[in-house]
Design a protein around this ligand. Structure first.
Ligand code: ADP
Ligand code: MG
Length: 417
């Protein structure tokens, strides 16, 4: 590894600080979560969709470290996004430059988009086990640990954080809007925009739909589908990945039936299954399983798929009427809760979150019938609490087995329950 390459990645060795255009001033919630674990030994893994802000969080952490507790040369950064290299070479080059005793000194090693480096898990494990003082912070745009082998190699050594697109709370904070401002005039228009267009930070300043669709289409979706995924998985037909993504994005919450998709597209059932899992591993979609008692992630076959951010839906969907907007609200809620289960029986509940059934009813009026599915769930599983997310209604309904809270969407998104 050439010295100049490493030096270029670590400009703070010379200047003593991180370029403020990289360590941006606005801090995501995730930044604070990770910061709490900088002193611990284990490896921090920051994973999430492309363009959500992982590299930015890394630069912010580096800036924090060198402004408070580390010498700038104690921080080593390398990104595998565009440059290839092996960890051994990188650390050797670093040693040639600074000649530190890695057994005696705490050196922070940040490795960005590490999934692009071959055999990274064994390399990291080797250094982690040999040099207890090193602190590794790694990041990746695909689920780093999904592969069984990786999981086993690094078992017990890693703590994973998932960085998602901006939450509504972060979105308001970013726009300098206080949560206490009047709903109708200030918060509601922002909420509508957030539900329609999602939470990718770079889209907030785009001027129109054309710019928006160009950005999400080219810099997020196409890069993942035509470059990132093919780089780590063997796929013959990336165009078909895109077809599946568009199908899910324009039918958020669709039931995924491999057999019928196989017939519809004339592809082998296993291909469909693999492709869906690639979309999932690169954080473009999330899959919910049918709830069963004591086991939220169930094995039952038919799952429901949602895009992980409504920007992906907005990219493909030109006309959004009230009914469809309601479905985008459902996606936003599922994504905020990181839900992994829905419940379907004779009735259907949108999601089950920490054993609480949650149904989204984003409409003018809620009537008694709308409570039924949630109530049935509560009865069946002996739960005392249920939630309905509404457009405006806010009250508590007593039912035989407990109570159902009706909470307006914006309050629920801001945790003002
Ligand atoms: N905390 C933030 N504040 C403002 N903009 C941000 C923030 N995080 C990310 N961004 C914007 O999003 C872009 C993508 O962020 P980046 O950190 O490169 O994402 P990733 O590494 O996950 O692909 C940045 O170039 C920046 O414009
Ligand atoms: Mg990055």
């Amino acid at each position: 590894m050439e010295r100049a390459v490493i030096e270029e990645f670590n400009h703070w060795w010379l200047s003593g600080k991180v370029d403020p255009d990289l360590a941006l001033s606005f801090k995501r919630d995730c930044y604070y979560d990770v910061l709490e674990h900088m002193a611990d030994r284990f490896i921090i893994a920051l994973v999430g969709l492309r363009r959500t802000g992982k590299t930015t969080v890394i630069y912010q952490l580096i800036q924090k470290l060198i402004s408070e507790r580390a010498d700038p040369t104690d921080v080593l950064f390398f990104s595998f996004d565009e440059t290839s290299g092996g960890l051994g070479d990188i650390i050797n080059a670093y040693n040639d430059i600074h000649g530190k005793d890695l057994r005696a000194r705490r050196v922070y090693i940040f490795l960005d988009e590490i999934q692009k480096s071959e055999n990274w898990e064994n390399e990291v494990k080797k250094y982690y086990d040999l040099y207890p003082k090193l602190k590794f912070i790694i990041s990746g745009s695909e689920s780093l640990f999904i592969k069984k082998k990786t999981k086993e190699t690094l078992a017990g050594r890693v703590f994973q954080f998932i960085l998602r697109t901006f939450s509504f709370k972060e979105y308001l904070k970013f726009n300098n809007i206080k949560e206490k401002t009047p709903y109708e005039t200030v918060l509601r228009p922002l909420l509508v925009k957030f539900v329609r267009m999602g939470g990718f930070p770079e889209t907030f300043s785009l001027k129109n739909d054309t710019e928006f669709r160009e950005y999400i289409g080219a810099l997020v979706i196409d890069r993942i589908i035509y470059r990132d995924i093919p780089k780590i998985s063997k796929i013959d037909d990336p165009g078909f990945l895109k077809t599946l993504l568009e199908l899910i994005a324009t039918n958020p919450g669709m039931y995924v039936d491999y057999q019928s998709l196989s017939r519809q597209f004339g592809k082998d059932r296993r291909v469909i299954k693999d492709y869906i899992s690639y979309l999932q591993e690169s954080f473009l979609i999330s899959m919910l399983g049918n709830y069963r008692k004591g086991n939220a992630a169930t094995l039952r076959k038919r799952k429901r798929a949602y895009p992980t951010d409504n920007a992906i839906t907005y990219l493909y969907k030109q006309n959004i009427d009230d009914t469809f907007f309601g479905r985008m609200v459902e996606s936003a809620v599922i994504n905020k809760a990181k839900a992994s289960a829905f419940w379907k029986n004779s009735n259907e509940v949108d999601m089950v979150y920490e054993d609480v059934p949650i149904e989204v009813k984003y409409r003018e009026r809620i009537d008694k019938n709308d409570l039924k599915p949630v109530e049935e769930f509560m009865k069946r599983f002996g739960k005392k609490e249920g939630v309905i997310i509404t457009k405006k209604d806010e009250l508590e309904e007593k039912v035989d087995c407990g109570r159902i809270k009706l909470i307006p969407l914006w309050k629920w998104l801001l945790d003002l329950k």
